[in-house]
Design a protein around this ligand. Sequence first.
Ligand SMILES: C[S@@+](CC[C@H](N)C(=O)[O-])C[C@H]1O[C@@H](n2cnc3c(N)ncnc32)[C@H](O)[C@@H]1O
Length: 238
Amino acid sequence: MASFWDLDAATYDQGSDHVPRSPAERAAWTAALARHLPPTPAPVLDVGAGTGFLSLTMARMGYQVTALDLSAGMLGQLKASAAGQGLDVATVQGRADQPPDGPFAAVVERHLLWTLPDPGGALAAWRRVAPEGRLVLFEGLWGRADRAEALRARARKQLRRLRGTPSGHHGHYDPGLLSHLPLAEGTTPDQVVEAVEAAGWGPARIEQLSDVAWARLLQRPVWERVLGETPHFAVTAG
Ligand SMILES: C[S@@+](CC[C@H](N)C(=O)[O-])C[C@H]1O[C@@H](n2cnc3c(N)ncnc32)[C@H](O)[C@@H]1O
């Protein structure tokens, strides 16, 4: 898995959904983080940080950020971006279910749960390093999580392919690997809420990230706008 993401590091930031493409989208993400995180400055762990879109945004907001990721290649991109932007982000190469000790005031992730062999075990490990802290998960209704969204997503993918829009990925996970990942077909809001509560984080809260979707839609070509955006949502607890 680490070698898949090492290879993806070179292309990941080219994906239209991977990093904000407009000032408005950046502002919508900042607003979402400000709504859900404790006040700055506070130590925050970004799990599966990748090229660091969340880590860099939180560092810019004034948080003390630790970025954890399996892939040295992804963390290399993150470090280069942080240096280029004059931001301070600590990086740790390692597994999501073996986080650094903390304690953290918040644990944050985006688009990681689907690729974990044991999402519940990882959520419980994050609680141990943020016993008084907050959990902020950013997920999307992609894959087969919702039939109507799956149809729209397929149409969007075909239009983007015709237009030559980069996907941001160099390839796909091997089917043998996918079969070991319980959320690989998509994360439904119900599954995420249930997993959070089962891992000992207490009652979960949920919010649709409609500002992010709106800001993204404004950047799309007209013919793509009619197909809408993948709905994103935040599940928080603690
Ligand atoms: C889809 S990318 C998301 C990156 C980033 N959070 C974002 O929103 O752009 C998934 C990231 O999770 C990392 N990853 C996958 N499995 C992991 C694991 N078991 N432990 C730590 N990181 C993992 C990958 O290396 C990759 O950087």
